[in-house]
Design a protein around this ligand. Sequence first.
Ligand code: GLN
Length: 202
Amino acid sequence: MAGSPRIGVLALQGDVREHAALLTGLGAEMIAVRRPEELDAVEGLVIPGGESTVIDKLSRAFGVQLPLRAAIADGLPVLGTCAGLIMLADTVVDAIDGQESFGGLDVVVRRNAFGRQVESFEARLEVEGFSGEPVTAAFIRGPVVESVGPRARALAALPDGRVVAVEQGGLIGLSFHPEITGETRFHERLLARAAERTAAAA
Ligand code: GLN
């Protein structure tokens, strides 16, 4: 019998706790992922916001970069928020020297596209496929999606047209932080993708 879905949060650096609380609230079993063995145990993964350069370095130091790339290629559902979107992007503009991403999302993102921490802002977004209220999105030094390749699709844009949410199969990437405004629908979508994949494998 299926128990709670096991959802990982990549816990190398960043706002792990907020995602963990949200996932637990949705009935998932949260597993902190730092090592390949922990990655093997999860049905879906959140890559939190934080600092993509640090997440990149630590993922290599912990030996989790290559296993995570393989898991993404194998169809693991992943939700990346802010720095997590940078880590999912195939191409990163304004990266530091030698910075790598996990990749998987056919998009080009630009780091720090909305300016500095003091220029953080909230916006209301209509998201494709969500019913009910618009999403209240918090932008904190987030990346913008500069272009969406043919394999990915935009889910939401700011009023000026800049794309800030994308999806490709089981991958969801957000420029903003849903976890700090009480927005649960992206995590619910991740849980749904994880359940579908687990059912298909059974
Ligand atoms: N500017 C950060 C980076 O490049 C992302 C900021 C965030 O995740 N809130 O990783």
